[in-house]
Design a protein around this ligand. Structure first.
Ligand code: HEM
Length: 474
């Protein structure tokens, strides 16, 4: 009796064991990928405090946060910053791989607030064929031929006016370059930098920018909520503009004219897509162009020899022209030293620290498991200070860009890389070069002094960067 109970219990136990084994075996077979990843494990690093992760340390320590973590965990580590589990990649080869392989599930990973406020058709929010189409539409309105024939004349006209009355004034160059980047875009988009709607548009746009950099808490008074409201107000302004254009028979030689020109442009965008593309164009060029221009002014002031050299280049252009002649494409091509100053400024100031991606599914990267939905911070800052690429990397030396192929080097990521490489690179360079042309040929300047400059997480002067400007000819 006793034996038969024990026997029965043994049989039940064996049956359960078999079931568990079959279940485990089935799980291993069916979920092989997950099992493989579990065995591989996540990259080294720490997730920090619950909810906050390592955000405070990241913001407080700045670039040192990355250096300390790299010394501890290597150049590929996990963390938890700005509300998301994040992998930081500082390895140049891996960074290139990530940027080149969006099709393998490494898509843009920009914060929710940015996506909500810039709209669901904005380029960073779309992938695959939709991205290709939207990008094609953008490239079609900023092609080299259109820059030459339509955009550069507008940029030139705008810069001439924007820089017309700075003599004998103390200028906050940070504010002036921000206005410059916004209004110059508006002129190229719709030829309306000085119309009655440009000022209200600019006020709303500045609120929109703050909203994209905030936590997505939709509560009255938060930057996010103000950003969403600003988006709605901008949409109303643009709706009116588009309606006016549709009702008129006039031909407009600007970006909007190209986008709305039904017959000529092979990219047919919906009303909503046009609006989101316009917001994308203004937004993408705004901070990059304005901050690079401000920092170029700063570096030129700090390096008189560079200022002499760039002035020589621009006065040589003026010598070939009548006083009122605009800058044209040949002039732009001849600005080799100016281009070098722009690259050296972007490198040394690191205007863009890196770009964000996220995984669309669990994947293996660098021998580790990266779970679905994790953010990857492709951190490109360190490569800008690599002594093997840039001799004496902490020195501002634009000459390093002349006569060698640094611009086409595979680690040149100032404008990003892969399928998302900046489509506005040449347009941005044209804007900054034209700004510098009128600035250095018309004025001399000195810093008022005492202004603080922050380099991380964004390059900015919290209280402005003030310069005393006087006419160069005095
Ligand atoms: C000095 C000026 C500029 C710098 C340093 C710069 C830098 C960058 C970088 C690093 C990226 C890659 C972002 C990523 O991979 O996620 C990018 C993308 C982009 N840039 Fe620029 N940019 C500049 C000017 C402009 C201008 C003037 C425009 C206006 C047309 C523009 C439009 C864009 C757009 C639309 C994208 C997204 C492209 C895509 O996702 O396919 N940029 N830019």
């Amino acid at each position: 009796m006793c034996f038969s109970v024990v026997g029965a219990l043994m049989a039940i136990f064996m049956a359960i064991l078999c079931l568990v084994l079959v279940f485990c075996f089935g799980f291993v077979i069916l979920r092989w990928n997950e099992v493989r990843y579990m065995m591989k494990g996540l990259p080294p690093g720490t997730m920090g405090w619950p909810v906050f992760g390592e955000t405070t340390e990241f913001l407080k320590q700045g670039p040192n946060f990355m250096k300390i973590h790299r010394a501890r965990y290597g150049s590929f580590f996990k963390s938890h910053i700005l509300g998301c589990p994040t992998i930081v990649s500082m390895d140049p080869e891996l960074n290139r791989y990530i940027l080149m392989n969006e099709a393998k599930g490494l898509v843009p990973g920009y914060p929710q607030s940015m996506l909500d406020i810039l709209g669901k058709c904005n380029i960073a929010a779309v992938h695959g064929s939709t991205h290709k189409y939207m990008r094609g539409a953008l490239l079609s309105i900023i092609s080299p031929a259109l820059i030459r024939d339509q955009l550069l004349p507008k940029i030139d006209e705008f810069m001439k006016t924007h820089l017309s009355d700075w003599d004998n004034k103390v200028i906050n160059i940070q504010d002036k370059t921000k206005e410059m980047a916004f209004l110059s875009s508006l002129k190229q988009i719709a030829g309306m930098e000085s119309s009655s709607i440009s000022q209200p548009f600019m006020t709303e746009f500045f609120k929109l920018v703050l909203g994209t950099l905030s936590l997505p808490i939709d509560f009255p008074g938060t930057n996010y909520s103000r950003g969403l409201q600003a988006r709605n107000n901008i949409i109303s302004i643009l709706n009116e503009l588009l309606e006016e254009r549709r009702a008129s028979q006039d031909t407009h030689l600007d970006m909007l004219g190209c986008l709305m020109g039904r017959d000529e442009n092979r990219y047919k965008l919906s009303h909503e897509e046009i609006i989101d593309l316009i917001i994308t164009i203004i937004y993408s060029g705004y901070e990059t162009v304005s901050t690079t221009s401000m920092m170029a002014v700063k570096y030129l002031y700090d390096h008189p020899k560079v200022l002499d050299e760039i002035r020589k280049e621009h006065f040589a252009i003026r010598d070939r022209k009548k006083p009122e002649d605009p800058i044209d494409c040949n002039d732009l091509k001849s600005m080799r030293f100016t281009r070098a100053v722009i690259f050296e400024t972007s490198r040394l100031a690191t205007i863009v620290n890196g770009v964000l991606r996220k995984t669309t599914h669990d994947m293996e990267l660098n021998g580790y498991l990266i779970p679905k939905g994790w953010r990857i911070y492709v951190y490109t800052r360190e490569i800008n200070y690599d002594p093997f690429l840039y001799h004496d990397p902490l020195t501002f030396n634009p000459w390093r860009w002349l006569g060698n192929s640094l611009e086409s080097h595979s680690h040149f990521l100032i404008f990003g890389g892969g399928t998302r490489q900046c489509p506005g690179k040449e347009l941005g360079i044209a804007e900054i070069s034209t700004f510098l042309h009128y600035f250095v040929t018309r004025y001399r300047w000195e810093e008022v002094g005492g202004d603080e400059l922050m380099k991380f997480p964004r390059v900015e002067a919290p209280n402005g960067l003030h310069i005393r400007v006087s006419s160069y000819s005095n």
